[in-house]
Design a protein around this ligand. Structure first.
Ligand SMILES: [Zn+2]
Length: 475
């Protein structure tokens, strides 16, 4: 079950094309460092994606980068920097933060690389009568033409739709919003059929989500404050241009991160940069802390909660090492005592409970109760066992939990754990040296290296400009 913002109710999760799930999450506007409030949203959706995978779906995850926007232009001007250089800098920093906390996204589309597609999309809206060109060369969405406006945010009266009032003089209605903004002097611009300008904010997500996920999306996510106007506008544009309804099957919104009860935001001056928190607590504790609250609940920043998350991460790490070792060392079990069977049942009950909680709109706090219970079982009962069945069951529990939590990958990866040396980097290094030998036409030596690696089970494939390597499977 997932809680759909559209309709504000729990619904059974049924993607358009199972087992595929297309998920689009609104990413950052890159004019400053990523802060903990942003990270909360990104890690929350990472948890959702990972659980869906555990439940058997294949999720394609798109998270855009807004690299042209009023805020970027303003900041660049204030600092006397080139706006592109500024956006590149913060985009890189954002990607590094995601990498550090283990959020792997398939596509990170950037607005400035989709200007042509955006212009085409706006043209469709004009052709279909949903948008109009103002005398300045700006293009606006004509909200009155789209009869479902307000449906997502629950704002039913036109009075509640007012937005972008600085353009009131040239808009047909105070609630119309810009699709294309005519360039003001000194601002970046691109050529368009309506003159020089740049995209408005909302259109990018309609365009880029269509490009990477097709005309219908299973999950559209973002922080709660994007519901209006951003997502309301995205929905209006997409359903109008694409002629599909619903464009998005499930609208999911992450709750706010507050600090002493106030939303973390730049305007309130109470932000904590993600890097600062990562440095102080480490990526595993930050991940676990954020994942310990259900994605749509509000969560308050607390050092005590982070300390608890750090302890939990350590316990998970120790438990994983303990049961991995037991599973390797203990031979197959021929029998099981009643007491051992009772422990086994406890493990199975917790695994089932974890799945049940996650299936209820990703109830992480409920699911974590079962994780903690498994840890107690491991340290109290499994640690002293001589029965491999218990170690294997406990390992399965931890593997399932970690599919969502993503904090003990290394402990659970046998190859990694048994070999302290990073195999990948070692083979990469050998391949690199061999490529240099080939460039120097020392083919005898490079062939010998290939033969020797082959004997170790590593196969090299030479292409014109690169070499790939694979580990040969025995069966
Ligand atoms: Zn968006």
């Amino acid at each position: 079950m997932v809680f759909n913002t559209l309709g504000r109710r729990l619904e059974v999760f049924e993607p358009f094309n199972p087992p595929l799930v297309g998920m689009y999450v609104c990413g950052p506007t890159v004019y400053d460092e990523t802060h903990l409030g942003h990270l909360r949203t990104f890690i929350a959706f990472d948890g959702i994606k990972r659980y869906l995978r555990l439940a058997g779906y294949d999720v394609i995850h798109v998270q855009n980068i807004t690299d042209i926007d009023d805020k970027i232009i303003r900041r660049a001007r204030e600092e006397g920097r080139d706006w592109r250089e500024l956006a590149d800098h913060y985009a890189r920093s954002y990607l590094e933060v995601l990498e550090e906390v283990g959020v792997r996204v398939h596509y990170h589309p950037r607005v400035t690389e989709h200007i042509r597609e955006i212009i085409d999309f706006i043209q469709v809206l004009i052709d279909k009568g949903f948008a109009y060109v103002a005398p300045s060369g700006s293009v606006y969405f004509d909200v009155d033409k789209y009869i479902y406006y307000g449906e997502l945010s629950g704002r039913r009266s036109r009075e509640q739709w007012r937005q972008e009032e600085e353009f009131a003089a040239e808009k047909r209605h105070p609630y119309d919003f810009a699709l294309w903004k005519a360039a003001k002097p000194g601002e970046p611009w691109w050529e368009s059929p309506w003159g020089r300008g740049r995209p408005g904010w909302h259109i990018e997500c309609s365009v880029m989500s269509t490009r990477f996920l097709g005309e219908r999306i299973d999950i559209h996510g973002g922080a709660q404050d994007l519901i209006f106007p951003h997502h309301e506008n995205e929905k209006a544009q997409s359903e109008a241009a694409l002629g599909v309804r619903p464009w998005v099957r499930y609208w999911l919104h992450a709750g706010y991160l507050t600090i002493r009860g106030e939303k973390m935001s730049k305007s309130l001056g109470n932000i904590i940069p993600a890097r600062e928190a990562l440095k102080k607590w480490g990526p595993r504790a930050v991940r676990l802390w954020i994942l310990s609250t259900r994605y749509r609940a509000q969560m308050d920043y607390s050092e005590q909660a982070l300390e608890e998350a750090r302890e939990l991460a350590e316990r998970l790490s120790r438990a994983a090492q303990l049961v991995s070792r037991l599973a390797r060392q203990l031979g197959p079990a021929h029998s099981i005592t009643d007491k051992e069977l009772a422990v086994a049942r406890k493990l199975t009950r917790d695994l089932k409970g974890f799945h049940e909680e996650m299936a209820k709109d990703f109830n992480m706090s409920g699911a974590l109760r079962h994780v903690r219970s498994t840890l107690s079982t491991i340290f109290e009962d499994v640690a002293s066992t001589t029965n491999s069945a218990l170690a294997l069951l406990a390992l399965d529990n931890l593997r399932a939990y970690n599919e969502v939590l993503g904090v003990i990958d290394e402990e659970l990866s046998q190859a990694h754990w048994e070999q302290a040396i990073p195999l990948d980097q070692l083979v990469d290094l050998i391949v690199e040296v061999r490529s240099e030998l080939r460039k120097m036409k020392m083919y005898q030596l490079s062939d010998a290296i290939r033969e020797k690696l082959m004997k170790l089970g590593i196969r090299l494939l030479d292409y014109k400009d690169r070499t790939e390597w694979y580990i040969e499977r025995q069966s």
